[in-house]
Design a protein around this ligand. Structure first.
Ligand SMILES: NC(=O)c1ccc[n+]([C@@H]2O[C@H](COP(=O)([O-])OP(=O)(O)OC[C@H]3O[C@@H](n4cnc5c(N)ncnc54)[C@H](O)[C@@H]3O)[C@@H](O)[C@H]2O)c1
Length: 452
């Protein structure tokens, strides 16, 4: 039975601990306290994990800052294809940090235990495989894959080399998503039937029009290395610095943003992925030479008994917002930035009636019978209402994601988001691009991780 009672609710609330701020508003606390405390214990100098960054752009630098928040972690090297970012790395982390354009020089270093890969998507597979083969553990940014063939190769390499491979969808380590998982499992919203998720933006930066530095040139940018396996074209600063706008390097809004929504949905529900997907999309506003859509809608079927709809709109007429709404038979919860709102609406136990179109005598007869069967006040279960769960000030799921990664590096335990999880999220997200390309519904086997 899925009826929500106070006892269930308190049990679920306790699974991820929370402090009540005011009636109905709870501040979430980190669940893995023991782990956290263990990791915050002083670390002997020779027990440091030495890391390197490959791809020192916006996310790579952000990741490195988050990683260095974890005690016992030291950055020793950075590889990037733009001189300005190598110079910036030295400004941020000191002259002792070794910098190079060629990540193979980083991988050859014996003092590097693990690497963060923050390159464009088309380099994720090769950089990860090269790093694992060189004996390094890998934190690879999302989306794990650019092409479907990337997934099996990355998973196989992690297995063969016995390296830790964690993918960078930080929501998988978030206390908010853990709360959502606990609430769903405890029956807080009854039986899940639908997930509706969106990520809308309305700005040039949101639409990937990142700043191109004034010194961008073939001298300051290692263009052939940036291109890698992408089609060979003459140096193009826009392609180099705003690569997400082209499918040759990025995976469109599906690979950038749908993948976060899939990771969150899979983590909360435990589902492996959709069995089929269909999508529609177009370039509605940013007609600046890009080939990646700025509006996309996707629909997906899950055999766990729910449907998923996803939306990204880069011209939404408002402010950037992200949300995932989980709808069940007895309520819903919505995850937004900074927390989760639970709305519990117990089902009516009396069915109600529609009789006004029947003859009057019959109406009276039906109503009398109904009142006998369903006495007044038996309609609603107790316990409806709204509860909010918010993150503490300054909370960062990225830091928690790195804490989990380094825990795996130290203990050799499976990471929270391994290659299989990462491939299932990215493989599902890229169904949207395939569906638009083919003008068809596309089928996917989420267990075998194969297109069918
Ligand atoms: N987890 C998240 O929330 C999140 C957020 C933003 C971006 N990302 C991911 O991070 C990755 C990077 O995105 P970004 O916005 O930082 O891009 P970016 O353009 O700011 O940085 C990418 C960097 O990679 C470098 N690079 C390219 N090829 C390289 C190579 N072969 N070797 C070394 N360096 C190379 C480029 O010179 C550039 O500096 C993407 O895959 C993106 O999807 C994740």
């Amino acid at each position: 039975m899925n009826i929500w009672s106070r006892r269930n609710f308190l049990r679920a609330a306790g699974a991820t601990s929370a402090v009540t701020l005011m009636p109905g508003v709870h501040v979430l606390a980190a669940p893995a306290r023991a782990l956290r405390e263990a990791q915050q214990a002083p670390v002997a100098a020779n027990d440091h994990i030495q890391i390197a960054l490959i791809g020192a752009g916006g996310q790579g630098m952000g990741d490195t800052k988050a990683a260095l928040n974890v005690p016992g972690v030291k950055l020793v090297a950075v590889a990037d294809c733009y001189n300005g970012r190598l110079a910036r790395s030295k400004e941020l982390w000191g002259d002792d940090v070794f910098t190079t354009r060629d990540y193979n020089e980083v991988l050859a270093r014996k003092d590097v235990d693990a690497v963060i890969i923050g390159t464009p998507d088309h380099w994720h597979k090769q950089a990860s495989v090269d790093a694992m083969k060189a004996g390094k553990d890998v934190y690879c940014e999302k989306p794990m894959i650019h092409l479907y063939a990337d997934g099996p190769e990355m998973i196989e390499t992690a297995k063969a080399t016995k390296r830790i491979l964690q993918i960078g969808s930080q929501r998988v380590s978030s206390i908010v998503y853990k709360k959502a998982k606990d609430l769903l499992a405890s029956g807080a919203i009854g039986k899940l039937n639908m997930v509706t998720a969106y990520w809308d933006r309305n700005s040039a930066m949101g639409a990937w029009d990142y700043t191109i530095p004034p010194d961008a040139s073939p001298e300051t940018c290692d263009w052939p290395r940036f291109l890698g396996t992408a089609p060979k074209i003459p140096f193009n600063a826009e392609h180099f610095f705003q690569w997400r706008k082209w499918k040759a390097y990025g995976s469109g809004v599906a690979g950038d943003l749908f993948v976060h929504l899939f990771s969150g949905t899979h983590f909360i529900t435990g589902a492996h992925g959709p069995t089929r997907g269909m999508a529609t999309g177009a370039i509605r506003y940013w007609k600046d030479g890009r080939d990646a859509d700025d509006v996309m809608l996707g629909l997906f079927d899950y055999r766990e008994g729910f449907n998923l709809s996803l939306r990204v709109n880069f011209v939404d007429g408002g402010e950037e917002s992200e949300g995932l709404i989980f709808t069940g038979s007895e309520g819903s919860f919505e995850i937004g930035w900074g927390g989760l709102t639970l709305n519990r609406v117990p089902r009516e136990t009396a069915p109600g009636y529609t009789v006004s179109t029947f003859p009057e005598a019959m109406q009276k007869e039906i109503i009398a019978e109904y009142n006998k069967k369903y006495p007044p006040h038996s309609g609603k279960e107790e316990m409806g209402g709204t509860e909010k769960f918010v993150t503490p000030k300054g909370y960062s799921d990225s830091v928690d994601h790195f804490r989990n990664f380094f825990h795996s590096v130290r203990t050799r335990e499976e990471p929270v988001e391994d290659g299989v999880f990462g491939y299932r999220a990215a493989g599902a997200a890229l169904l949207s691009n395939l569906s638009i390309e083919r003008g068809q519904v596309v089928n996917w086997d989420p267990d075998e991780m194969k297109l069918v």
